[in-house]
Ligand binder design. Structure first.
Ligand SMILES: [Zn+2]
Ligand SMILES: [Zn+2]
Ligand SMILES: [Zn+2]
Length: 234
């Protein structure tokens, strides 16, 4: 189900349309972009590759940035082909990234499949929690220094386990090296570590924002955005 929202600025009247869009690459290696609906989601599931499109705005250089986040990929298409198709789609500024569940072996570089996906967190006392879901008893009503996702892989050719820790929330504002050190204390086989808790503008490096209700108007920089209408589409 897709959400189509129209915003307008309280001061200058600027209108902004936002919808939840997805993309997919069909069997002929053509790329399609559409709102997320039942029928488009079905096409995406049957495609060679698919994912979501997230729209960001940079207040520093005044550009819209489109994040193409690939969540599915078959073995009949390479990562490079997918990136090329997305890049040649239009002239918009883009960030193209693959979901954290994708991983290449750090020894032989081949793509390896995900075996385990769990949530993890470190609380204020330095205790380490790992579980299938953040809604388990362990994670209830706790304040964490940082938390994220754990992904476990195994490369059959090298016979090696690959562990990946992705930081999604860093409430204690710890720096990367300290987080890595803490994780290393709790796992003797830390192999990949990614800090995913912020995204920056690919043009100027400033922090990207998601425009929505109460955002400062990108046109006049004075008014704020209000929802004019919202529609659910399936
Ligand atoms: Zn305005
Ligand atoms: Zn390998
Ligand atoms: Zn920028």
């Amino acid at each position: 189900m897709g959400i189509h929202t129209e915003y307008s600025c309280s001061e200058c009247g600027m209108k902004l349309v936002d919808s939840s869009d997805i993309f997919w690459v069909d069997a002929e290696k053509k790329i399609h972009v559409d709102m997320q609906t039942v029928s488009s989601s079905r096409k995406a599931t049957d495609s060679l590759a698919s994912g979501g499109i997230y729209k960001y705005y940079c207040y520093n250089c005044n550009n819209y940035i489109y994040n193409f986040h690939i969540t599915r990929k078959s073995r009949f298409i390479t990562k490079e082909e997918i990136i090329q198709l997305i890049e040649s789609l239009d002239d918009n500024h883009k960030i193209i990234d693959f979901d954290n569940r994708f991983q290449n072996c750090i020894h032989c570089r081949q793509e390896i499949s995900l075996r385990q996906e769990k949530s993890f967190a470190i609380d204020e006392m330095g205790e380490f929690f790992i579980d299938d879901s953040l809604y388990s008893e362990d994670f209830e009503n706790k304040k964490f220094d940082f938390s994220g996702k754990y992904y476990g892989y195994f490369c059959p050719d090298c016979g090696k386990q690959i562990n990946k820790f992705v930081i999604l929330e860093n409430d204690a504002n710890l720096d990367d090296s300290l987080i890595k050190e803490i994780l290393q204390d709790h796992t003797n086989d830390l192999t990949v570590y990614i800090n995913d808790s912020y995204s920056n503008c690919p043009i100027c490096g400033d922090e990207l924002q998601v425009l929505g209700e109460s955002s400062i108007c990108p046109k006049c920089n004075v008014g704020v955005l209000h929802i004019e209408s919202q529609q659910l589409i399936d």
